[in-house]
Design a protein around this ligand. Structure first.
Ligand SMILES: [Mg+2]
Length: 201
């Protein structure tokens, strides 16, 4: 079944927004291993409002500091030249995601942020994109750097591509959720060729 497009996670995959999640948790008085969005979601009233303020401050700073990972402009340009569609599913807010994505030389459509629906690992956004594209999930690669991306991909039925960014020397059980692993972004074109060949009609 021919691959029609790639659904990318943004932070840590295409864009290095340099968000310091440990500092974020400390500023919010959260436990060291607490999942930030899910924990805030469970709060109410002033506690929740305060956490959301801290989160926005960190995310706004992230936009200022953001850089594109080396090799990513080349990779997305190559994908574009192959006629692949590209979309974004981020746990960030659209208003922060859009200016960061403008640093890249291709169009992403649609861009789905956390305010639009259930967040990864829920497959909602991925299935929504496939519906807009008119493709089956098996024809859209889900690419990301973290377990939520791979879990969402698996939950949706998309082939999964893990961008290791050479940042994860140890092996975690969630790495097994990756159908493909990209260690070096500059080798992304070659891996893309392989994924397309594996899924050719
Ligand atoms: Mg990420």
């Amino acid at each position: 079944m021919a691959i029609q497009g790639i659904i990318f996670d943004m932070d840590g995959t295409l864009i290095d927004s340099k968000l310091d999640f440990n500092q974020m948790r400390a500023d919010m008085n959260l436990a060291a291993d607490a999942p930030i969005l899910e924990t805030i979601e469970a709060y109410t009233g002033e506690r929740r409002a305060e956490c959301e303020r801290v989160l926005r401050q960190h995310e706004a700073r992230g936009v200022e500091q953001a850089t594109v990972f080396p090799g990513i402009p080349e990779l997305v340009t190559y994908a574009d030249s192959l006629g692949l569609r590209m979309a974004i599913v981020t746990r960030n807010l659209i208003e922060f995601a859009e200016p960061m994505l403008e640093m890249l030389p291709v169009e992403f459509s649609p861009i789905i942020g956390r305010e639009q629906g259930p967040i990864k690992p829920d497959p909602w956004a991925l299935l929504h994109i496939c519906e807009i594209w008119g493709t089956k999930p098996a024809q859209a690669v889900m690419a990301g750097d973290y377990k939520f991306d791979l879990e969402a991909g698996r939950n949706a039925g998309c082939p999964t591509l893990w961008f290791s960014q050479k940042r994860n020397p140890g092996h975690s059980s969630w790495h097994d959720l990756a159908d493909y692993t990209l260690e070096d972004n500059f080798a992304g074109g070659k891996l893309l060729d392989q994924i397309l060949a594996d899924h050719a009609d």
